[in-house]
Every structure is written in C-alpha cells, then in structure tokens.
Design a protein around this ligand. Structure first.
Ligand code: MRU
Length: 344
C-alpha cells in the first residue's frame, strides 16, 4: 500500500500523524485551517513539499468556512487565514509559494462562491504538481546512482515529507525500482529523529536495505570508504545554490567534500527561491529547547540547562556536487543553472 501522507476529502483533509510513527499509524481528519496550522507547527505533517500542499488545503478549507456577504470582506478574512498559515514555519519555500498562489487565485476571483471553488481546485493542482515533480526528479536522479552503491541520507524526504514519491528518498526508491542493488545508511537526525523514526520506516516498507547510524557516526563511515554518495532534500534553495535543509546537513556536506564523496541535493523547483541571492538570507526556524533536552518526552539533560535548537542549516553551494530537480540536474555554475530551471 503506498503511503498517503495527505488526502483531500472535499471538506476536510486527512493526514498521517508523523509524530506517532513508527509505533502507530494514526490518521487525523482536519476541517479547520487553525487545526492544520497547529499540525504543521507540531510536525504532525512536515517536509517542505508536504507543508506547501497542506498549507494550500488549509487556505481552501478556511475559505469554505468564511461567513461574509461581500467579496472585499471575504478577501480580508482570507488574508488573516493566509497569515496564520504563513506564521507556522518560516524556512520551507514550498509553503510560501503555495499560499502565494492561493492568494493570487482568490484575488482574481469575481464572487465568493467562484473564489471558494477556485481555491479548492488550486490546492488540488498544487498537490498533483508537487507529486509529479518528485516522481520526475526521482527518475532523473536515479541515473546518478550506480549498482552496488551505499547511499547516506539525512532527515526524511520520502512520501511522508512530500505527499508524493519523495525527493532524496524518491531517488533512492527509483534506483531500487530500476533493479540496482543499493543500501542506505540513514542518520537518526537529532533532535526529532526523522531519520530513525520515518526514513527507516519508509525504507523498510519499500524493502530497501537500511542501516541506522547516529548523526555523529557519519564521518567514521565516510572516512572508511563505506559511503558512495550522500543525497539529501532541501527546504529552501537560494539563487546561487546555497541550500537550507535539516540541521546537520552542512556538517555532512563538509565531511563528504573532505572524503571525496559526491553530495547531491534533490528538490522540486518549488523549493528554489530566486528572490534570495544567497543562503545568508534564508530564514532559519528556531524551535523549542525541550526538543533538545528531551527525547520523546523523556528528559535527558539536567533540569534547567540551556539548549539551542536551530531546525535547519545552510550548505554553501561549493559543497554541492549537483542539485536534482524535475527540470534537470543542475551543476556549477549554479546561478545560471538555477535561473535556467525557470522556478516560479
Ligand atoms: O523539520 P522537518 O522535518 O520538516 O524538516 C524536513 C527536511 O529538512 C527535509 O529534508 C526537507 O523538507 C526536504 S524533504 C522533501
């Protein structure tokens, strides 16, 4: 059974609660934009493409519930809903692109009923476009994977994170479907263990051999020739190729370069933000200290100790061997290649 991270059910959206995995497969049916906003903030639904899709559905659901007689009043209330969704998580480009699209569709509409219908179909379109893009980029990226490769990946970038085929994990799944004999080293991905909980779960479901390592073991395995390439996803890619992804990605990229191992980023072009010249401008989400001082609710540090929790880091483009998108594989010089991929 394919994993359905997000499903549109006309007047509600069904999501698989990722905070309960791998112990339990619990689905939530949400019909209010505010409950979707909370689900995004709490990482019940997460991953850049997935939060773009669910953010668009949240705007559509919000619009279905607005009680207004006049178009102007309706649009004013819709702007507040869009603002609520935008305030959930700051780093993933896909969220802002999706809700900008929803805003434009609403403003182009003539009357309230027509706007509501247009918003629902735009959200469905965003979902299907994101899913198609991940399938295409996975097919392109699989060409970089050779038979017998051991691939190191970080965080979770599969069906759960994309509500589609996957980005880095999509490339891995596609290589396996092509009959390549591959193995995966998955980093556990502290603090919230997306690698241990979600990537290991998805790969086991797909019958792809996976071995879990702690984040701090990556250099050990790379220096001993046990890693043939690294593939990660992305939350936002600046115009020069600098890439924000889950905290720890930058360290992996530096280690990969030091050890002569190719380092690939896989992402749909909806993750590219041409308005940012470099990664220095990418907003980095700071999350709660408790995510560091506790593991799944259990305290692992002395009471009251200070902790820091940036959720993402930025990998400078000079560490990236190639960026795999649905419109092609981009290499240095990134400024030209990224512009040529024609992102929105
Ligand atoms: O904080 P998360 O779990 O939403 O972070 C997700 C990642 O960093 C993924 O690697 C990224 O969204 C790319 S996934 C398609």
């Amino acid at each position: 059974m394919p994993i359905k991270a997000i499903e549109w059910l006309d007047n509600r959206v069904k999501i698989l609660d990722q905070t309960r995995l791998p112990q339990e497969e619990v689905y939530l049916e949400l019909s209010h934009h505010q409950s979707i906003a909370s689900a995004i903030t709490e990482l019940k639904i997460r991953g850049a493409p997935a939060i773009g899709i669910v953010g668009a559905y949240a705007v559509a659901l919000g619009a279905l519930k607005i009680e207004a007689e006049q178009r102007d009043e309706f649009l004013a209330r819709l702007r507040i809903i869009i603002h609520t969704i935008a305030a959930t998580r700051p780093t993933a480009r896909n969220l802002f692109l999706a809700i900008d699209r929803m805003q434009k569709v609403a403003e182009a509409g003539e009357d309230i009923e027509q706007i509501r219908a247009a918003l629902v179909s735009e959200a469905v379109k965003i979902h299907s476009e994101e899913a198609d893009a991940t399938r295409k980029l996975s097919q392109l990226g699989a060409g970089l994977i050779q038979d017998g490769f051991t691939i190191l990946t970080h965080c979770n970038t599969g069906a759960l994170a994309t509500a589609g085929y996957g980005t880095a994990l999509g490339v891995i799944k596609q290589a396996k479907e092509q009959g390549k004999n591959i193995k995966v080293l998955a980093t556990e991905t502290r603090p919230l263990l997306q690698g241990a909980r979600l990537t290991a779960w998805e790969l086991k479901k797909a019958n792809i051999p996976v071995t879990l390592i702690t984040d701090s073991m990556a250099g050990y395995f790379m220096s001993r020739g046990k890693v043939d390439c690294v593939i990660v996803g992305a939350d936002r890619i600046a115009a020069n190729g600098d890439t924000a992804n889950k905290i720890g990605t930058y360290s992996l990229a530096v280690l990969a370069k030091e050890n002569g191992i190719p380092f690939y980023v896989a992402a749909p072009t909806t993750t590219i933000d041409l308005s940012l010249a470099s990664g220095d401008e990418i907003p980095i989400e700071q999350r709660s200290q408790e995510e560091v001082t506790h593991i799944q609710g259990v305290s692992i540090a002395p009471e009251g100790v200070e902790a820091l929790n940036p959720a993402f880091d930025v990998t400078p483009h000079r560490y990236i061997t190639a960026i795999i998108t649905e419109r092609g594989i981009i290499k240095e010089p990134y400024v030209e290649g990224i512009k040529g991929s024609n992102p929105r």
